[in-house]
Design a protein around this ligand. Structure first.
Ligand code: ATP
Ligand code: MG
Length: 448
């Protein structure tokens, strides 16, 4: 590969020198500019593989330069050099399209990694998405789905923190993996963490590591998940479940790009891209004091909203066919298909559990179905569920069918009893059953 060219923009000669030397050791040539006007001149002169710019320049803000380069030279990644602790300018720069930031005083190890990941963006080095199979992973030709795939490819080129929202089962984790897999960190690990699954008192040690003897049970030094994601991506799933004390520490780690293991005095630099996700509305969590506003602001630089399946019903046939194909492969039985009535019923269903629920429905149907065609009956979709679910309960398709039906029955009976002030005769009438039948059901469901 040809030698890479960098443009460094800063009005402090010392910083220019330091960065120039570091880049030269990495075998890059660097040209320097002391203000925006000069930077623009150099940009029109030659192509750069990377630009590093200071925030405050004599003739304007570095953010202006970021926006300028993004509009005119979108192939050139720009990173912002920010004053220590000035997170709002780092966030503003990334929102304007900077691919990353580095804080002053410049940590050379982090600078080298930043440069390496910028250079990996050079087209020829990245495995094209078609090769990693991403096109097949997030299926659907609906407009929202095509837009999601386009955004993922764009976001993958950048290092800014991403927050993925969306209902349960909409593909948040798949999206996070794609952002990692299509970007310059693809060769390094993708480390998923379920924030809600770690016991509260272990969160810190899991994320940042611990030193031997720092607490009972710490029998040796253990690196944290941040370190495991070095040069890769740390996926903080269900981030809203992080306890508040851990949120403080996480904020610090993201701001400083370094972590301190439990029981250690030393901060070590880490280079991990943060992608987080939650099915909860973090704005509400912030309002109610359960999530720190400053952390939310920091992790939510780019927001990706995964659409619910009911917002894109036109994708259901393709998804269903794909899932059925996988089921036949896994179970070793011949090809299966949906009857046209079955497909029609599916496309009008609300899918509170989204794609995962579709998978569960089809797996259950395939198990119950004796022929190669799945009909309406085998889908076991709640009656009249196309606009609202029965008795207001979301379909729990990951529990056995029996329990599921019992739950629905129980809700309907309780509702009728409540509405009739526990007058069984009136409730039975309301439910369209005999008193005897109601009594039988009450005892079966343990309600008597
Ligand atoms: N567009 C899609 N095309 C194909 N499969 C999909 C799509 N979206 C989701 N899936 C599949 O649906 C299932 C759920 O996806 P995933 O685990 O990413 O959802 P999630 O949003 O993280 O859900 P939760 O909030 O419950 O954790 C997975 O098996 C995934 O492969
Ligand atoms: Mg998930």
């Amino acid at each position: 590969m040809t030698k890479a060219h960098a443009l460094v923009v800063d009005d402090e000669p010392d910083i220019l020198d330091l960065i120039k030397i570091t880049l030269a050791r990495m075998d890059l040539t660097a040209r320097t500019a002391a203000d925006i006007a000069e930077a623009k001149r150099l940009l029109s002169d030659q192509a750069f593989d990377l630009c590093l710019t200071d925030m405050q320049l004599p003739d304007g803000s570095g953010i202006e330069l970021v926006a300028y380069i993004n509009a005119r030279y979108p192939e050139t990644p720009v990173a912002m050099i920010t004053a220590h602790g000035n997170m709002s300018s780092a966030v503003a720069a990334m929102k304007a399209g900077a691919f990353d930031f580095v804080a002053k005083p410049v940590n050379l190890q982090l600078l080298r990694r930043l440069v390496e990941s910028a250079l990996r963006l050079r087209e020829s080095d990245l495995t094209p998405p078609e090769k990693t199979g991403s096109a097949q992973e997030l299926l659907g030709q609906s407009r929202p789905m095509r837009e999601i795939r386009r955004l993922i490819t764009k976001i993958a080129r950048n290092q800014a923190p991403v927050f993925i929202t969306g209902e349960s089962g909409t593909g948040k984790e798949v999206a996070a993996r794609l952002i990692h897999g299509e970007g310059p960190r693809q060769a390094a690990p993708f480390v998923p963490v379920n924030c809600g699954a770690i016991p509260e008192d272990l969160v810190e040690s899991e994320l940042f590591g611990h030193k031997k003897g720092s607490f009972t049970g710490a029998v040796g030094d253990k690196p944290g998940l941040f370190q495991a994601a070095e040069r890769g991506t740390l996926f903080l799933d269900e981030v809203a479940d992080l306890p508040l004390p851990a949120q403080v520490k996480l904020l610090r780690a993201i701001q400083e790009k370094s972590v301190r293991a439990v029981g250690s005095q030393q901060e070590v630099p880490v280079d991990a891209r943060i992608i987080s996700a939650s099915h909860r509305d973090l704005n509400t969590e912030v309002e109610q004091g359960r999530f720190r506003q400053d952390l939310f602001y920091r992790i939510n630089v780019i927001e990706l909203r995964m659409p619910a399946l009911r917002e894109r019903p036109e994708d259901i046939p393709v998804l269903a066919a794909h899932i059925l194909e996988r089921i036949s492969r896994q179970t070793g039985r011949g090809p299966m298909r949906l009857s046209s009535a079955g497909l029609e019923r599916l496309t009008s269903y609300r899918f509170p559990g989204n794609v995962r629920e579709l998978e569960n429905i089809l797996e259950r149907a395939a198990a119950l179905c004796e022929s190669d065609e799945i009909g309406v009956d085998e889908l076991y979709l709640p009656q009249g569920s196309s606009s609202t679910t029965i008795a207001g309960s979301p379909a729990q398709t990951d529990v056995p069918l029996e329990n599921y039906l019992d739950e629905i029955e129980k809700k309907a009976i309780l509702q009728a009893l409540e509405e009739t002030r526990w007058n069984r005769t009136a409730a039975a009438k309301k439910l369209g059953m005999t008193l005897r039948s109601l009594r039988y059901r009450l005892s079966k469901l343990g309600l008597d």
